[in-house]
Design a protein around this ligand. Structure first.
Ligand code: GLU
Length: 262
């Protein structure tokens, strides 16, 4: 098993289903526990970038919309409300541990454009140099179809590449990759390690969904994307952020996607 003890630059993605209840309101227990663990990892010397979903869900909860909106403009407007709420909370919670957060909002066209991508990289580098914790989301207000990244699994894979991360951890509402859908098949087994994301594997994941935008398919595609750049990825259950310690200590937890393994 690969040694993760040498990880220096860590990107953690946390999904809506971990951050908010189905009501759209914040899961205070999860967000507080997450901030505590990330602050502790930061104190231990790691550089941390957090990719946080939840803007649409939290905005819908705050506005009392009675569920996640379906219409594009309503999603965008809900995200504008929810993003403030999220950053307010992160700022408040990280401040309690004396850490500084920074908001970075990206869209597909920015990452695809060489010049603008370079600006984003420079900003990340400067923030990390200063010891801040960049908190990234898609800029949902301006993300119309043509420039949309679409889901935060893909966004986090792009961020991991932009910052040259040593490891990407996707904190999900599931323990990892299963041999089949565990919600329908009790025989489904957790796959501890993957060294290659091929078509057959992608086919098994099609259709598996969760509360947020991404399902298992987007997670596998994210794995394929980062592994091609020599970056490892882990999927773990986000309901206990302490799982991050287990990942970094090399304990058998979640599914590890190890680059350069075949
Ligand atoms: N940008 C969306 C939000 O913050 C999330 C997309 C996703 O969860 O994949 O609500």
């Amino acid at each position: 098993m690969k040694d993760f003890a040498t990880i220096r630059r860590l990107v953690v993605k946390v999904g809506t289903s971990t951050l908010a209840y189905e009501t759209g309101l914040i899961n205070i227990r999860h967000i507080e526990a997450l901030v505590k663990v990330l602050s502790d990892l930061k104190n231990a010397g790691l550089q941390v970038v957090l990719v946080s979903s939840g803007a649409i869900g939290v905005g819908a909860g705050k506005l009392g919309l009675g569920g996640r909106p379906r219409e594009m403009r309503a999603k965008q407007a809900a995200a504008a409300v929810g993003q403030c709420e999220l950053m307010y909370l992160y700022d408040k919670l990280f401040s309690a541990y004396n850490h500084t957060v920074a908001q970075v909002l990206l869209t597909g066209d920015v990452v695809a454009d060489e010049h603008r991508r370079a600006n984003v990289v420079n900003t990340f580098e400067c923030l990390l140099e200063w010891g801040a914790i960049p908190i990234v989301n898609e800029n949902d207000t301006v993300s119309v179809e043509e420039i949309k990244i679409g889901d935060n699994d893909t966004l986090s894979a792009q961020v991991a590449q932009l910052v040259g991360a040593d490891l990407l951890v996707l904190m999900s509402d599931i323990d990892g990759l299963y041999s089949d859908d565990p919600r329908r098949n009790p025989e489904a087994r957790l796959v501890p390690q993957v060294t290659r994301v091929d078509k057959a594997l992608l086919d098994t994941a099609r259709g598996a969904g969760s509360l947020g935008t991404g399902g298992m398919l987007t997670k596998l595609k994210a794995a394929r994307q980062v592994m091609a750049q020599g970056i490892d990825m882990v999927i773990v259950n986000g309901c206990d952020p302490q799982n991050l310690y287990a990942v970094l200590e090399g304990k058998p937890i979640g599914t590890r996607f190890i680059s350069g393994g075949d």
